[in-house]
Design a protein around this ligand. Sequence first.
Ligand SMILES: O=C[C@H](O)[C@H](O)COP(=O)(O)O
Length: 149
Amino acid sequence: MLVGSDVAGFDYKEVLLADLREDPRVSAVEDLGVTAEDLESESYGEVAIRAAEAIRDGRADRAILVCGTGIGVAIAANKVSGIRATVAHDSFSVERSVLSNDCQVLTFGQRVVGLQLARRLAKEWLGYEFDPASPSQEKVEVISAYEGC
Ligand SMILES: O=C[C@H](O)[C@H](O)COP(=O)(O)O
């Protein structure tokens, strides 16, 4: 499990990181930054691409990324082949992002969603797992085929 943010998502990222570290369903969490010591060290694109590449390469399974809106980190992560990332600020979208779309990356916007809602949504998200035997699989495969992976 990876977490990351830019400066605009740093506060939420820190809280979500602490939650994940306490969650018995999560075996290991890696913080990709940014850090309190160097808040401006990377933009949302750099952090999100690093997270997405780690998932693509099998070094991690999922990631939660935070920026101001959740949009920038989602766009950047989706540029990495094989990665499906989305911003989701409601329970149903969080569920469907996994069960319909097999998204490995959930993103939040610190300037958009309340902290307690984001924390709850992250907990819900952890409980979902895509079923490759479901009817959604062939729809996801259309995207994978386009990407050639
Ligand atoms: O999607 C982009 C994010 O919201 C980012 O945190 C803020 O970007 P901006 O400073 O260009 O608005």
